[in-house]
Design a protein around this ligand. Structure first.
Ligand code: FNR
Length: 362
């Protein structure tokens, strides 16, 4: 087995597909409606070309970055994805240990299948906590406080999910919402409809607060001293509002194309957001990152860091903690090689002129 390890993310995806029940693979892999954005998140990276510079001494490559005051060895971060126990019985604890072994930041999902406390005690890596705001604000506030008191360093407020996107595979498969370990004792977690349609959708409709608005960023700031990043912004207009609202960072994301189909591929929206923010706060991006060259492209277009969602879950499903760790390591090695071959010795040298977008060509 060790001699036949997957050599790229795509091969991990194939292994994950074989390892998981169809319902769970579809849940992880699927996107909203026609899955146009799902395909485009990846395809848009393919439309950006690299402009390598040569005869640069690349014997030492430094991939380190600083995010919100924290030094990190690489700009590749684990995105918040729910229910890791669908991929592996050890769930988020395995992912957190994999991330820690690579000194990588992990963002723990609100919809985690392991408890905040369990994840916090399983490793000492830097962690952020991702938040959904429920109609019952007390539940969200309690979870923010638990994350803060267990050493999480920032809150990632997901702003693209006032309602759950329509994921047709989940509807077809009658996907059961996996238990959110952190809601235990806060609400009846088995309170799920068993009638037709996606149970997940019903659960989300009953819980998520569709009235969430800019003023609620104020509310969140009033209940935590942690910095708040807004995840799910794809326009210059909202990026400016996010800075005005006091966000400490912006994550250009379309939720891995699981929410609004025909939202722009995130790598296509990145530069617009970066220009609007004009350096006021760091901008991160996620969605469709499958290669080290993708990371380099995102950094050239102004991202401070990238987050990866499904690739880590593919690794976890295929080989547990070791698989998740290998996925992160592979992406890091690919980025290192891409930087060397583009003549970039540090992240600061990954400048805009290293990429050619469609806009540059026409
Ligand atoms: C997600 N994502 C997500 N985002 C979030 O803010 N909270 C969550 O609980 C989840 N859950 C979740 C589950 C699964 C199975 C997936 C695939 C995604 C979105 C995630 O944070 C990220 O935006 C995307 O996964 C990035 O796209 P890629 O890397 O999967 O292409």
């Amino acid at each position: 087995m060790e001699n036949n390890l997957p050599v790229n993310i795509c091969e991990y995806q194939e292994l994950a597909k074989k390892a998981l029940p169809k319902m769970h693979y579809d849940y992880i892999n699927g996107g909203a409606e026609d899955e146009h954005t799902l395909r485009d998140n990846i395809a848009a990276y393919g439309r950006i070309l690299l402009r390598p510079r040569v005869l640069v001494d690349v014997s030492n490559i430094d991939m380190s970055i600083n995010l919100l005051g924290y030094d990190m060895p690489s700009p590749i971060i684990v995105a918040p994805t729910g229910s890791h126990k669908l991929a592996n019985p050890e769930g988020e604890v395995a992912t957190a240990r994999a991330a820690a072994a690579c000194n990588t930041l992990m963002v723990l999902s609100f919809s985690a299948s392991c408890k905040i406390e369990e994840v916090a005690s399983s490793c000492n890596a830097i962690r952020f906590y991702q938040l959904y705001v429920f109609k019952n604000r007390d539940i969200s506030a309690t979870l923010v406080q638990r994350a803060e008191s267990h050493g999480f360093k920032a809150i990632v407020l997901t702003v693209d999910t006032p309602m759950l996107g329509r994921r047709e595979a989940d509807i077809r498969n009658k996907m059961v919402a996996p238990a959110n370990a952190n809601l235990e004792g806060l609400m009846p977690i088995d309170d799920l409809d068993t009638t037709d349609g996606s149970k997940l959708e019903k659960y989300a409709r009953d819980t998520l607060d569709p009235s969430l608005s800019w003023k609620d960023v104020e509310w969140l700031k009033s209940i935590t001293s942690l910095p708040i990043l807004l995840k799910g912004i794809v326009t210059a207009e909202d990026a400016r509002k996010a800075v005005e609202a006091g966000a400490a960072g912006i994550i250009v994301s379309n939720h891995g194309a699981r929410q609004l189909d025909y939202a722009p591929a995130t790598i296509s929206a990145l530069e617009e957001v970066v220009k609007a923010v004009a350096g006021a706060v760091p901008v991160l991006v996620d969605g469709g990152v499958r290669r080290g060259t993708d990371v380099l492209k995102a950094l050239a277009l102004g991202a401070r860091a990238v987050m990866v969602g499904r690739p880590v879950l593919y690794g976890l499903a295929a080989r547990g903690q070791a698989g998740a760790k290998h996925v992160i390591e592979m992406l890091n090695r690919e980025l290192e090689l891409a930087m060397a071959l583009c003549g970039c010795r540090s992240v600061a040298e990954i400048t805009r002129d290293r990429v050619q977008t469609e806009g540059d060509r026409f």
